[in-house]
Design a protein around this ligand. Structure first.
Ligand code: AMP
Length: 418
């Protein structure tokens, strides 16, 4: 038997209804805030991710699914969506008509991480991005949107963590101070951190290895190094969040993995997921559009992990399951023909009806009706056909109604059901 690839998974009917509901609630919310859907390819030139995410990040160093196509050009299965959205914004010169654009997209991402609970190699994200707005209002609005979405999906036990990563003006001084601190502690750090302390020292701040945490306990906070502009921006984000009533904690260790982040960065964490506590994350990336050959335009966005979200939403799968409204137990060819005609007509009218198509006994058809969960059952045998009337039974209330059998029966059934 051929099995699926390690780290990949199927989303089966039953669970898929939950995903559909999450997607529906997300789309509704985004569209009420003026976001438009964008669909981008799952593969891009490797260079796009290497250049935007950064050469010295975990994703680019070791997690990308990269291979040469037949001509030898390197292509990569997208590990995240922001780079592609920005590529699209720049390629289609969307800034020319209106530099301010709000996008959302939902789809699979691919990272060759070590598979474990809550961490897959193909996983799904819901992304929202706003390009062209510098104002801290938009930072607060995105965090507010995330908090609202989680509330609508009945997710409890969540906390918004926020931090500011500064800008190219103020971050170098912090980086220097951090590098100096790390120089004296290299032998106490894990292998990854010892290596990246020279190339990506910020990343050491949020390493989960206990020895690194201990070594970084007295690390300086980027917030102490913010320039006037970044400080005023971050203060303003916090004031807006307070006015909107969104609770948050300032988390000076929140640096996130990608190079393109600037200023506000945030993560939604939950206690409900065990080790993989981040359900969503995002932040500003004011330099990325220029880095990808577009105009110097600010931007901010977030990504929600759909797989993780599906595990913690307070919606019950059973409430979302769709069952047929009607099951027709038809006995013999003449009855089956009529039943078939009716279920097709009901389907056209938006009502799901089922029948047995294997000429089974009445007893096993009744079992089938019970299994599929239809509350209405119509029994149609030779005698019903002869008398021109059949009984429609409500299996929950036990009520019964006679239905005339003629060329209007589908419409009569529809009237009963609606
Ligand atoms: P990131 O793009 O790394 O900031 O991730 C954003 C969100 O995507 C995280 O908060 C997770 O919920 C989710 N996520 C990231 N990597 C994975 C993974 N390998 N498996 C499942 N979800 C993931």
């Amino acid at each position: 038997m051929i099995q699926l690839i390690r780290g990949f998974k199927d989303i089966l009917p039953g669970e898929a209804e939950l995903w559909q509901e999450i997607e529906r609630v997300s789309r509704d919310l985004f569209e009420s805030f003026g976001f438009k859907e964008i669909r981008i390819p799952v593969m891009e030139k490797t260079e796009l991710f290497a250049r935007s995410i950064g050469e010295h990040t975990d994703i680019v160093e070791k997690e990308m699914y990269t291979f040469p196509d037949r001509k030898g050009d390197l292509i990569t299965l997208r590990p995240e969506a922001t780079a592609s959205i920005v590529r699209s914004y720049v390629q289609h010169k969307m800034y020319a008509a209106d530099p301010v654009r709000k996008f959302y997209t939902i789809g699979p991402m691919f990272r060759r991480e070590r598979p474990q609970k809550g961490r897959y190699r193909q996983f799904y994200q819901i992304n929202a991005e706003v390009i062209g707005v510098d104002a801290p209002y938009i930072d607060a609005q995105l965090i507010f949107l995330l908090a609202t979405l989680l509330e609508r999906l009945k997710v409890t036990d969540v906390a918004a963590h926020i931090n500011s990563l500064g800008c190219p003006e103020c971050r170098p001084a912090f980086r220097e101070a951090l590098t100096a601190l790390l120089d004296g502690k290299k032998e106490r750090l894990c292998e990854d951190c010892a290596r990246r302390s020279g190339t990506n020292p910020l990343r050491v701040l949020d390493c989960k290895v206990p020895a690194c945490r201990e070594a970084m306990a007295d690390a300086p906070s980027l917030l102490e190094y913010l320039c006037e502009g970044c400080k005023a921006h971050f203060d303003s984000v916090q004031r807006s969040l307070n006015r909107l009533g969104v609770p948050f904690v300032i988390d000076k260790k929140l640096v996130r993995g990608l190079d393109y982040y600037t200023r506000t960065t945030f993560e939604i964490q939950t206690g409900a997921l065990g080790a993989q506590s981040a359900v969503a994350g995002g932040g500003r990336y004011d330099g990325l559009i220029k880095m990808l050959d577009g105009p110097d335009t600010p931007a901010i966005g977030f990504a929600i992990g759909l797989d993780r979200l599906a595990e913690i939403v307070g919606l019950r799968q059973a409430d979302l399951e769709k069952k047929p409204r009607l099951f027709i137990a038809a006995l013999g060819d003449a009855c089956a023909e009529k039943a078939f005609d009716w279920i097709c007509r009901l389907g056209l009218a938006g009502v799901h009806a089922e029948m047995d198509m294997a000429d089974r006994s009445l007893k096993s058809q009744m079992k089938q009706a019970d299994r599929c969960g239809a509350d209405l059952v119509l029994i149609l045998g030779e005698s019903e056909l002869a008398s021109g009337s059949a009984v429609l039974r409500n299996m929950r209330t036990k009520e019964q109604a006679a239905v005339v059998i003629d060329d209007q029966t589908a419409a009569r059934l529809l009237a009963h059901i609606q």
